[in-house]
Design a protein around this ligand. Structure first.
Ligand code: TXA
Ligand code: MG
Length: 326
C-alpha cells in the first residue's frame, strides 16, 4: 500500500494549522526540511512516535531526531548543553546540524530508543519552522522514506510510506539534499556520527576540535551501523571518474560527476554537478537516484566525487547505497 497523492498539499497557513492540529491529535505529518523530507510526530507523545516506526518499517533500536525552533525548546528537550556544542549550534542553527545531548525527562524513551541521549536539530526550512511553531513543541522526525530506502528530497518521494499520515506539506525540492551532520561531544572529543550538510572542516573551524569520524561506534548510531542504506531499487556500482564502464553491464544508467561521457550502450545518463560544485552534487544525489530508478535499469553506475568538504557525506551515502543488501 502507498499513500494517496491527494495528501500532498500546498503549505498555506490554513494547511499548516490543520497539520499542527493533527499532530496534537497524535497523527503524523510529512514536512519539508532543507535537508530531506521528514515524517513528524509529537515528540512527547509515545503513541504518536510509535506510528513513525510503523509507517517506515523502522526498527525501534534506531533513535529519532527532535526538531525545534528555539532555545527554550532546546532546554525542554536536552538536559545539558556543553559550551562547545553551544558554540556550534549558535553558528550552524538553524541548519543541517544535529547534536546528540543528554536527554530531558520530557522526551519519552521511544524517541531515543532507550538511550540516555537525544538527537536535536533546528531546521532552517520556513515550512518546517512554521509547523513546529504552530504545534508549539519539539517534533520527532526521521527522513520520510521506508527504512533503508532512498531518502526523499521531493514531496512525491514520500508516497511509498504507509501509515496514519494526515498530510504531506509540499515545500518543493530540498536545497541541501543530504541529511544533517550528526555530532556528539563527549569527554573532550567531538564525535562525527554521520557526515552531512555541515562539513568536518566547518565544525573544526568553529570548535577548534578535529571531529573524529565514528564508522563503527558502540552505540546504535546513525544508519552507518547498517552497511546497506539509502538504497534505490536497482543495484548501485561505484566507479572512478572517467573509468571505463564495466563491460558486463547492459541496460544500465550512468551518473557522472561533472562531465558527460560519450557512451551509447546505456539507458540514460545524468551529470551530478555540471558546475563541478559539491553543493550541487549533494542537492542532486538522491534526486538523480530516484530518477534513474524510474528507468528500471539493471544497475545504476555512479562516478565517485572528490573526498573533501561535502564529498565525505556524498560518498558516505553512495557507499551505503551500493553495499550488499540483506
Ligand atoms: O537531516 C536530517 O537529519 C533528517 C531531517 C528530516 O531532519 N532526518 C534524518 O533522520 O535523517 P533519520 O532518522 O533518517 O536519521 C537520524 C539518525 C538515526 O540514524 C539515528 O541512528 C541517529 O540519527 N540518532 C538519533 N538519536 C541518536 C542518539 N541519541 N545517539 C546517536 N545517534 C542518534
Ligand atoms: Mg533516514
Amino acid at each position: 500500500m502507498a499513500l494517496n497523492p491527494d495528501l500532498i498539499v500546498r503549505p498555506e497557513e490554513e494547511e499548516i494549522q490543520r497539520a499542527a492540529k493533527a499532530l496534537h491529535q497524535g497523527h503524523l505529518v510529512v514536512m519539508p526540511t532543507e535537508t530531506v523530507y521528514g515524517l513528524a510526530a509529537d515528540a512527547c507523545n509515545p503513541l504518536a512516535v510509535s506510528k513513525i516506526f510503523e509507517a517506515k518499517k523502522r526498527p525501534t533500536f534506531d533513535p529519532l531526531i527532535c526538531h525545534i525552533t528555539s532555545n527554550s525548546m532546546l532546554h525542554k528537550t536536552a538536559a545539558f548543553v556543553p559550551d562547545v556544542v553551544h558554540k556550534l549550534v549558535e553558528t550552524f542553527w538553524p541548519g543541517p546540524l544535529t547534536v546528540v545531548l543528554d536527554k530531558h525527562s520530557n522526551i519519552p524513551d521511544i524517541v531515543s530508543s532507550g538511550l540516555s541521549t537525544v538527537a536535536v536539530r533546528m531546521p532552517s526550512h520556513p515550512i518546517a519552522r512554521k509547523l513546529i511553531d504552530a504545534f508549539g513543541g519539539p517534533l520527532a522526525a526521521p527522513s520520510a522514506n521506508m527504512f533503508g530506502k532512498l531518502s526523499p528530497t521531493r514531496a512525491e518521494h514520500t508516497l511509498g510510506l504507509d501509515g496514519d499520515i494526515a498530510s504531506i506539506l509540499d515545500g518543493g525540492p530540498c536545497a541541501v539534499g543530504l541529511e544533517s551532520t550528526i555530532i556528539r561531544y563527549h569527554d573532550g572529543i567531538l564525535h562525527l556520527l554521520r557526515p552531512g550538510g555541515i562539513t568536518a572542516e566547518e565544525l573544526e573551524h568553529v570548535s577548534g576540535l578535529r571531529p573524529v569520524l565514528e564508522e563503527h561506534a558502540a552505540l546504535p548510531e546513525a544508519p552507518g551501523q547498517l552497511a546497506s542504506h539509502y538504497a534505490p531499487h536497482a543495484p548501485v556500482v561505484i566507479i572512478n571518474e572517467g573509468e571505463a564502464l564495466p563491460a558486463t553491464m547492459k541496460n544500465s544508467c550512468l551518473i557522472t560527476f561533472s562531465r558527460a561521457r560519450d557512451e551509447n550502450h546505456i539507458l540514460h545518463q545524468e551529470i551530478l554537478a555540471p558546475d563541478g560544485d559539491l553543493h550541487t552534487a549533494a542537492a542532486r544525489l538522491f534526486e538523480l537516484l530516484h530518477l534513474m530508478d524510474s528507468y528500471s535499469p539493471e544497475t545504476i553506475i555512479v562516478e565517485k566525487v572528490p573526498m573533501q568538504g561535502l564529498g565525505l557525506a556524498i560518498m558516505n551515502r553512495l557507499t551505503k547505497s551500493a553495499a550488499p543488501r540483506v
